[in-house]
Structure formats: C-alpha cells, structure tokens
Design a protein around this ligand. Sequence first.
Ligand code: NAP
Length: 487
Amino acid sequence: MAPTSTAGQAPITVTLIPGDGIGPEVVSATTRVIEATGAPIVWEEQAAGAEVFRQGLASGVPQATIDSIKRTRVALKGPLETPVGFGEKSANVTLRKLFETFANIRPIREMPGVETPFSGRGIDLVVVRENVEDLYAGIEHMQTPDVAQCLKLMSRAGCERIVRTAFALAVAEERTTIHCATKANIMKLTEGLLKSVFEDVAREYPEIDAQHIIIDNAAHQLVRFPENFDVIVTTNMNGDILSDLTSGLVGGLGFAPSANLGTDVAIFEAVHGSAPKYAGKDAANPSAVLLSGVMLLRHLGFFDEAADVEQAIAVTLEQGIRTKDVSGPDGAVGTQAFADAVIANLGKRSSSYVSRNYAPIKLPQISRADGRSEPGSRRKVGVDIFVETDQSPADLGAALTAITEGTPYTLKMVSNRGTVVFPLTGAPTECIDHFRCRFLITEPAGWNQDSLLDLLKRVGEKYRWMHVEKLEEIDGAPGYTKAQGEN
Ligand code: NAP
C-alpha cells in the first residue's frame, strides 16, 4: 500500500551496495519493501567488498563507489566480507573512515513474536558508538619481533561529537536517560576524556538523566536489567562489543540495524556480517537490513513510510511468519517470503508494538577549532624512551642511570608492560624484552631539542630504542599516567 504523503516529490538517489554473502539477498528484500512504500527513492548500485578485493584493489572500495556516495550523501549497504589473503583493511571500516561517519547508531528493541529469555521486559535502547577513533583507527606496530602495539587515539573533538550526537538523539527520540560507558577507571586519559566531555555536555541537558557507568558493569547490568537502559554512548571498540551483546538480548543479529552518521554522509547497514554459510540459500533474516532501511527512510524525512515498514515487520512477526534464526527450521519462511509478507502487511498496525515518535536528529557541527583547547600552561617535564633488551631490570636501570650523567635528565623509573621494575620493587614481576624508561628533567632550563637528541643518542648507543614520548604538564596536571607501582 503506497502512502500518498510523498506523491509528486522529486526522487532521491541513494547509493546501494549489495555486499557479500547474504548481502545481496537481504538488501534486495529491503529495496523491494521500501519501493512498495512508495517512497521516491532511486537506487544507484555500486560495488565494494570481496569481489573488489579479488580484482586486486587493496582497499575493497572502488573510486566509482566513493564518487557515488560523495554525490548522493546517503547509502544502504549490505555486509562486506574482509577476505583473508586479499587486502588487509576492512572495506567497512574504510567506508566509515573515508566519509568520517563518526557516529554509529545501533538501536535494539524487543520485537513481538520473537521469544527470548528477556521477552516482556520492554527492551528499547540505542547504543551510540564512536565510529572513527579509538583502537579501531588501526594504528599498529610491531615494537619488537615479539611485542605488538595498537595506539588508542581519542580526541576532544571526537568525544564531543559523539556525546553531542547521543544527546541530540535522545531529544529527537524523546528518550530520557543516557549512560556514558567507559573504562575511565583504568584508561584515565583516553576513556577519561569521553567521561569528562560527557559530564560537561550533560550540564546543558538538565532534563536528561545522565549517568556514567564503567563498561564492564554496563555489560553486567545490560544482561540483568536491560530495560533500565535508554541511550548508551561509548567508545568505538566498547560500542562494537556492547552492541553485539544488546542484539543478543532481542533475538540476535538478525534484528540489529545501524546507521553510520557523519556531518555530510549517512551509511545504513545491518550490524551483522556476510554470514557466508547462509549465502545464496534464501535463509537469512532480512529484518536487520529492513530496520536499517527504516532508519534510512527517517533520515530522508519519510517518517510515515518508516513507521509503515516498522509496523509491517512487527505485524509479520505477530502473524508467526519468521525466518529460521527465530523459529528454528520447522515452519520457517525464506528471506524473500518474509519480505513478501512485510509488503503485504504495509499499512497495518501492530496490536502490541507502538512506534516511537521521531524527529530529525540535529547532528553537532564541531570544527577542528572547537575541539582545540587553549591551556594556560604547558611545561615539558621529561621523556619516556621505549627500548628492546633482554637485560635484567637491575642491569638496565644501572646502565641508564650511568647514561644520564652530565645530562639534564635523571632516570625516574623503568617499567615493563606498565609495571615498575626499576627501582627494584622486590615483587616477582615477569619481564619481556620491551621496557619503558622514564627520564625526568632535573634542570628545566636544560630542556631543548639538543639535550633530548643527545639523550636518545646515548641510549641508542647501548640499546635499540623504538618509541619516544615527550612528557608534558598541561595546566599543571601531568599529561601522562604513572606506571603501576610508580610513586
Ligand atoms: P556474521 O556474518 O554476522 O555471522 C555470524 C552469525 O550470526 C551467523 O553465522 C548467524 O548465526 C548469525 N547471523 C548473522 N546475520 C544473520 C541473519 N541476517 N540472519 C540469520 N542469522 C544471522 O559474522 P562473522 O561470521 O563473524 O563474519 C562474516 C564476515 O562478515 C567476515 O568477513 C566479517 O569480516 C564480515 N563482517 C562484516 C560486517 C559489516 O559489513 N558491517 C560486520 C561484521 C562482520 P548462526 O550461525 O547461529 O546461525
């Protein structure tokens, strides 16, 4: 049943990436349903993923696809496989990062007719996951042949964008509580930045109940009392893990949609991957991509059509029409038959599932300048030099102490994987061949480029160093953390 609210409206072009594995099946099920609503959308089909990797393009994303999304500014995307042996980066992550879609919105809601241990609890929450920073920036190095490092980079601007998006979403969807889930108790500077930005922004929204929660407790509380959560804002990796957990609460990945939102571009996709074992079998649940299509419709302003599809999915499930992941093999319908039933139910309203009120989300516009603070003071206080050696902490500490003679530096401590091992503590801390050596300036006037390079040269004559971090105090507070056991 085609609604008339969009009659006469000029068509909107949307880039369509069918994707890999079950992608083409669940995506075509979705485009059929959207077309049946009468929403004036024209699909511009483009490639990305496994086939592109196989053709030898290492990014998995052809220029034509990038140009299409640049033009249309909105895409519906099937899952993209990250094949082992072709190309080393995920084409999914590449797309998110190329278009700076900084917010990954992952709503989860209990669906009628989908029995889970949590049925009847009224789960209806949204994970707002930071999408382009954190460990998923994928900046990794082998520091030694046996020690790998991944840099966890988080910016104030990145934190502010995601936190403001979470509050904007709460307002747009008439939600009343936001939890900021972090590991700020351990990672005080990175995860702590999100927490402090959240606490600052929360003051502007006195009508919203804003609470910080430690991420591991969030996982625990989500399984015990999922109905207590409304909006959860969190960092990239935490959000990835938590949103798979939340999809499990309502029946699995088959019901988990998502939107990747940026200032200029929005890309809609299921949370799930290409589920290769179901590819070509007409067995996958299309609901996750269908619900991503609902989010796309709302993004384009087609609120009536979005509600129609959402309600038709609910009615279809209430009628007992379910794919194999929900019903088990007996009585299951295939992907396309499920989509046909949804189309047949367009215009009907569920007896138990009420669609929320939605208004357009006002995404924050945060410039590089907005995210740059102007500290009153910055003072260099020392340097951490990371070295590779199989010496004992005692021998290393003694040698480094000798190295500093005649320099403006003293050796403050040596740590191994974050725990102090020199000065000797007496604890039986195991060491690998990768040490952080912290030197502090004893004569502040002696800090300059030359003295630092001289120290590096002295260390380098005895040890292989691979990583250097300057230590600064910002507004009188250390811009670095202490090692475990450092006094
Ligand atoms: P997956 O494709 O999400 O599949 C994991 C399991 O989830 C499936 O085996 C199946 O469970 C269930 N499942 C997922 N989607 C389903 C659907 N629509 N209907 C019914 N069941 C569904 O995860 P994966 O096997 O770890 O990843 C496969 C490939 O996808 C990888 O190459 C990965 O890199 C990629 N991936 C892409 C994206 C993306 O494009 N955004 C996201 C995640 C992964 P049962 O086995 O229990 O039936």
